[in-house]
Design a protein around this ligand. Structure first.
Ligand code: NAD
Length: 698
């Protein structure tokens, strides 16, 4: 355990709680408990209160169970996340229960017990709360308690630490029978305040919301202190076997490795990656006991549902190896993992088990480097890593005071492939069209780039905003991370003309998300001057940003796509001016023409690797564009003998369709080219200019 003991603080505020009704206090308690990951992991555990309500049918008081609904998280739950059930009806189910083989059928009766037409589905843990005859029940997954629950002699340890205060029940999958077991336990031990469930977690109960909260904290703190005493001065995990590489080397290795792994495990379904090298992870991956402990698998059902039963430990000697060493051995390591997963499935499956799911690992452990996790979206990958850190904490505790035990494979399988779990997966909404995709958008803090990033985020993509403008980048990042969650957005300050900067920004994207699938090369400027007065510096600036910059970002994208090996997609934002000559803008027009031809060359080169390259040509997108805020606007107005505020209307009238073009219109065309709807298009140009005969493609 940690060097200095850190107990949980009591954060109950009487003043705050005084104004709350019972459901309000339940919510308050739940959010307090869920706000500290040492008390319970994300989505793990549940809370309940038995409350007197007025029956809408009879107007009479009736006892109602408020309990966290299916799939919620106590830390972030709101009142509508609780299911509500008539206690009387819930208790009456005991009379129709036929025994353990009947458990799944009982889940179907829970909706019949619903109070007040509440649409929130009751979870399979509902009987665990309903059948405990106390008004308030907390079921938490604290690392310190699971460490006891996952120890070989967990029953004795529980008794040694808590005496009669807390009881112990053997492992049983959550459901109706476990609810009955808990009820029977309380009936036989009316003075006990809770139980440790083997390989699972903690139950605590009280008749008052605050008492229940304080009891939960007190029990966890007791376990934390006990571990602290037991482990003081002892090396964890059998001591250190190897040293960590430096922080920057760890990141560089992860950046090289993640696209390779992503490509190999993301063929059927794209995956997002997450890298974690926090001290708890490094302590474990550098230890002597890494392999034997990792092979035992995780214990708490919540853990392995997120992390798979066991991680893949990659061979790496931090003293001698480099990223290439791991990459060379990746295929065989993955193959061995998949074979073992298929063995686990075949050994444990039942006649009616769902088909085998993705056999690839979720968690990758690398000595000296850290942990990688991959899942169908970034939040799930991050949360899987958090769960594995919980599992590491559990293994550290259990193995230091006893022998750590994972859950038996058959039990793990019966949860992983439980028909009710499968039904939950089937009910999940269809993924959005760009789910699992990673986009790198240059000029992402400008008008068109920002609209594009928003369109892609809205379709489920993760986006790296790359822009030279630090201030605009910051505000764009902040606004998107609020709206689309900070999991899905990253920002990197980048000058697209800086070769080393471009390389570094792709490494950043790789380590943050696992790779990239889509480059939107959009960063740009504009200039206007007759050729005689065009300075060499103006010419070079246009060529540097619009031609060389586009070359640099696409060269790096191609390198990454080829390493990932799952195709790729590039969209260039060029201009009508790249096709149609325009007076007094030769540097800009020539650079944009170079862009368009570069895109065509890359389409040719990339096709064999499934890399598509297409171009969108905007014209006269004044709104939201920083280009049109600057002198370009004055110059264009002057060249048409107009006032600056007449320009927008001028361009509308000049267009064939008599329409203005907005950043969102360009974003729509980019989205089409980014999506599978255009899977069979490459080397193409889409003009989004409201019609301009001069720029018809040919
Ligand atoms: P904008 O100025 O709003 O956005 C361009 C972004 O690129 C800005 O955020 C800027 O900071 C960034 N940028 C500039 N130089 C950079 C560099 N060296 N490295 C990284 N980032 C850099 O302009 P916009 O209208 O959104 O333009 C986007 C693209 O569309 C440009 O390539 C532009 O040429 C093209 N385009 C725009 C129009 C239009 O009417 N707005 C018409 C045709 C083509």
């Amino acid at each position: 355990m940690a060097d200095t003991i850190q107990l949980l603080d009591n954060r109950w505020n009487d003043q705050k709680a005084a104004g709350l009704d019972e459901p309000g206090k339940l919510l308050y308690r739940s959010n307090l408990l869920g706000s500290d990951k040492r008390i319970t992991n994300y989505g793990g555990g549940n809370t309940s209160a038995k409350v007197l309500e007025t029956d809408p049918l009879t107007g009479q008081p009736v006892e109602v169970l408020w309990v966290k609904g299916s799939g919620g998280d106590v830390g972030t739950i709101k009142l509508d996340g609780f299911a509500t059930l008539y206690m009387e009806k819930l208790n009456s189910l005991k009379s129709i229960y036929k025994g353990i083989y009947d458990e799944d059928r009982m889940v179907g009766f829970l909706p019949h017990c619903t109070f007040n037409l509440n649409g929130r589905a009751a979870s399979i843990d509902t009987p665990l709360h309903g059948f405990v005859p106390f008004r308030h029940v907390d079921h938490m997954h604290p690392d310190a308690i699971i460490a006891i629950a996952a120890s070989k002699n967990s029953r004795e340890l529980t008794r040694q630490i808590f005496g009669d205060e807390i009881g112990w029940l053997p492992w049983r999958r959550p459901g109706f029978q476990l609810g009955l077991d808990l009820g029977a336990y309380v009936a036989a031990n009316p003075n006990s305040k809770g139980v440790v469930l083997e390989s699972h977690g903690l139950f605590t109960w009280a008749d008052d919301a605050k008492d229940c909260y304080e009891l939960t904290l007190q029990i966890i703190n007791k376990a934390i202190s006990w571990f602290d005493q037991q482990t003081a001065g002892k090396p964890a995990f059998g001591g250190e076997a190897t040293n960590s590489r430096s922080a920057s080397e760890r990141r560089a290795i992860a950046a090289k490795l993640m696209p390779e792994i992503r490509g190999k495990i993301g063929i059927a379904e794209r995956k997002l990656g997450h890298f974690d090298d926090q001290p708890a992870v490094l302590e474990f991956v550098n230890s002597n006991d890494l392999r034997p402990l990792a092979a035992l698998g995780t214990s708490c059902p919540d853990h392995f549902l997120r992390t798979k039963i066991r991680p893949l430990v990659l061979d790496f000697d931090p003293e001698k190896s480099n990223a290439e060493t791991i990459i060379a051995a990746l295929d065989s390591a993955l193959e061995a993992y998949r074979t073992d997963y298929a063995r686990y499935y075949n050994d444990c499956k039942h006649d009616n088990s769902p088909a085998m799911r993705d056999p690839n690992p979720v968690i990758f452990l690398i000595p000296g480097v850290g942990m990688l996790s991959f899942a169908k979206d970034k939040a799930t990958a991050r949360i899987a890593a958090e769960f594995y850190v919980n599992a590491i904490n559990v293994m550290r505790g259990a193995s230091s005071v006893s022998e750590y035990q994972g859950l038996p494979e058959q039990e793990a399988f019966d949860i992983e492939y439980w028909l009710l779990e499968e039904a939950k997966l089937q009910r999940m909404p269809k993924p959005k069209s760009l789910a699992g995709r990673i986009a790198f958008v240059t000029g992402g803090a400008g008008g068109i780039g920002r609209a594009t990033a928003e369109r892609l985020l809205g379709e489920g993509a993760c986006v790296v905003l790359a822009d030279i403008d630090a201030e605009a980048l910051k505000s764009t990042y902040e606004s998107f991370s609020k709206r689309y969650t900070s999991d899905n957005v990253r920002s990197v300050q980048l000058n697209v003309t800086d070769e080393a900067g471009v390389i570094a920004s792709y490494a950043e994207a790789s380590v943050e998300f696992g790779g990239i699938d889509l480059l939107v090369s959009n960063a740009g400027i504009a200039s206007s001057a007759p050729i005689e007065t065009t300075e060499l510096s103006t010419w070079s600036r246009n060529i540097d940003i619009l031609a060389t910059g586009y070359f640099l970002v696409s060269r790096e994208a191609f390198r990454l796509f080829r390493r990932q090996g799952i195709g790729g997609n590039v969209v260039f934002v060029a201009s009508k001016n790249g096709l149609a000559a325009s007076p007094n803008a030769s540097a800009y027009c020539a650079a944009k023409a170079a862009e368009i031809h570069l895109a065509r060359c890359l389409a040719l080169e990339g096709a064999d690797a499934g890399i598509r390259v297409n171009t969108v040509n905007p014209d006269a997108v004044l709104r939201g564009s920083k280009i049109w805020n600057g002198e370009w606007r004055e110059q264009r107005a002057a060249s048409s003998n107009l006032q600056v505020d007449e320009l927008e209307e001028h361009y509308r009238k000049r267009s064939m369709l008599k329409l203005n073009v907005f950043p969102e219109d360009i974003a729509e065309a980019i989205y089409f080219l980014a999506s599978d709807a255009s899977a069979k298009s490459t080397g193409n140009i889409i003009n989004v200019d409201a019609g301009n005969a001069q720029s018809f493609t040919r």
